[in-house]
Design a protein around this ligand. Sequence first.
Ligand SMILES: Nc1ncnc2c1ncn2[C@@H]1O[C@H](COP(=O)(O)OP(=O)(O)O)[C@@H](O)[C@H]1O
Ligand SMILES: [Mg+2]
Length: 258
Amino acid sequence: MKVVVCGKGGSGKTTVAVLLSKAFSKLGYRAYLLDADESNRLLYKMLGASKAPKPLANLFGGKKGVFSAMRGAGGEKKELFSSEFEIDKLPSSYVEEAGGVKLLQVGKILEPFEGCACPFGVLSQSFLKNLRLSREEVLVVDTEAGVEHFGRGLDGVADAILVVVDPSMDAIALAEEIKGFAEEMGVGVFGALINKAPSPEVEELLEEELRKRDIPVWGKLPLDQELFKAALSGNPLPADRHRELFESLVAKLLAQPL
Ligand SMILES: Nc1ncnc2c1ncn2[C@@H]1O[C@H](COP(=O)(O)OP(=O)(O)O)[C@@H](O)[C@H]1O
Ligand SMILES: [Mg+2]
């Protein structure tokens, strides 16, 4: 199963992607986490890995190499990965393991004015499309903020989309927009996780707004200072504190008809 985590900037996508991949691993799945956000730097610390894996873009000689590899001589679109692609065949430097989760990353924007992150988007899309997973394997994808990756069809090759909704009208509007994209792309499995509601009343309000828009709520992760502090100090996220919530999220995802 391939699960794409998306939502507004700062809503908690990376936090949720890390905790969800850990929950899959705890439940006996072989869990992979793909960092497909070109701007975020510290996911590996939140997972508890000692360093970030080599960017997959390096397989093609970096961002410029990806740019040339994604087009054929006649300018036609080319797949970057073959359809038999398996993570275990990658050189080990491209995978960092922590707590049972294998982390991969697409690539980062390193220089100011490095330009459009598009080649990274094409790379993510080709990776997702061509990666073969067995029933015991799951890939969780942490995306950049907003809907840019939908333009590139990143989610057309995913099995499920989880949108993280923090207490703001922006997050709700974006969730609605993403729901529309999911329907267009034929990703039938779509749900929201409410995050960072400061009180049950606010949680209730958010749930009501989502209900009005026919967006199923798959869980609620409360505002938790421990999550915030761990991220701020560069420590692994305390996964056990929210184990039940994330295990129930896994159960909901697995119960969906794919
Ligand atoms: N449930 C939560 N409780 C407290 N802080 C949270 C929670 N979820 C996320 N955060 C904090 O909010 C900030 C943004 O979270 P992050 O996962 O990086 O969001 P995104 O990936 O969507 O930009 C971080 O400082 C993170 O520690
Ligand atoms: Mg993030």
